[in-house]
Design a protein around this ligand. Structure first.
Ligand code: ADP
Length: 253
């Protein structure tokens, strides 16, 4: 990209045009760099599980037939790394897609019902204690599928970064319905809170990787929330836990 060299000229309009042109070049350049960074980060993240899979496949090839213990370990590792890659690829595909292409099916939803369904699905999938604390039904306006995906991301983080039961609350303030997910886990250090919504950002990459994270969950959550006009508030204290509140659009339709 080449910027224009502006020589001091008496033509104000010309100077202004030159300035606008240079600002456009800066914007293009920064978008290009972001794109480049995204591709490079994505390739790096995908390479890690592939390397593990390759290592175990090699081990199986050499010793798999005579060592049943190695056989089991290798299959388990290959399986879990493949799941991790699949989830990461799905998230990357969603993040790379144009926002305009997201299909949003607006409808009035019973938020308590959605929270209970999500809790049940999560209990069944991970055997983790997740319960809803609210009994009152609240109506919200959103896309059911996208809202479920959003809740799944927060529940998944609560599962990865805490061992205690996870609580879901549902409520409303005026015409705005909200769903809140509370964990009593490791929490997020104060200075990291503004950064956790950035793509590929992890507070502790080693720990996060072990639990299967590539730092994509919250950035995808932000995209989904934008698509359904929801707001995300994250409060967290290191060593105490994390609370995420998803507030939906006003329910006046
Ligand atoms: P990841 O897939 O690595 O969990 P996310 O984008 O979902 O990526 O989250 C970014 C980082 O924020 C995580 O790596 C983790 O350090 C931190 N984080 C997110 N949610 C929680 C939580 N509930 N408790 C503690 N730390 C969290």
């Amino acid at each position: 990209f080449k910027r224009l060299e502006l020589v001091d000229s008496s033509e104000d309009e010309l100077m202004e045009m030159g300035d606008t042109f240079n600002r456009m070049i800066d914007l293009l350049e920064s978008n290009y760099k972001k794109q480049e960074q995204f591709v490079s980060n994505a390739s790096h993240e995908l390479k890690t599980p592939l390397t593990v899979i390759e290592g175990y496949a090699n081990l199986l090839k050499r010793k798999g037939l005579d060592r049943p213990d190695l056989f089991r370990e290798s299959i388990d590792a290959i399986h879990s790394e493949a799941i991790r890659m699949k989830e990461m690829t799905e998230r990357l595909l969603l993040l790379a897609r144009d926002r305009e292409k997201w299909h949003v099916d607006w409808e009035l939803l019973d938020l308590l019902e959605i929270a209970e369904e999500s809790a049940k699905a999560f209990r069944n999938a991970y055997g983790r204690d997740v319960y809803t604390e609210t009994e009152e039904s609240v109506i919200g306006y959103a896309d059911k599928n996208l809202l479920r995906q959003l809740l799944f991301i927060f529940l998944d983080n609560a599962r990865k970064y805490s061992d205690e039961p996870i609580v879901i609350q549902v409520g409303h303030s005026h015409a705005v319905g909200w769903i809140r997910i509370i964990d009593r886990g490791i929490g997020i250090p104060f200075e990291d809170i503004p950064k956790v919504f950035d793509r590929f950002y992890r507070v502790d990459p080693a720990r996060s990787r072990k639990s299967g994270g590539a730092g994509l969950g919250l950035s995808l959550a932000k995209e989904i929330a934008d698509a359904i006009g929801a707001r995300i508030d994250l409060e967290s204290r290191e060593g105490v836990g994390t609370t995420v509140t998803v507030s939906l659009r006003e329910t006046r339709v």
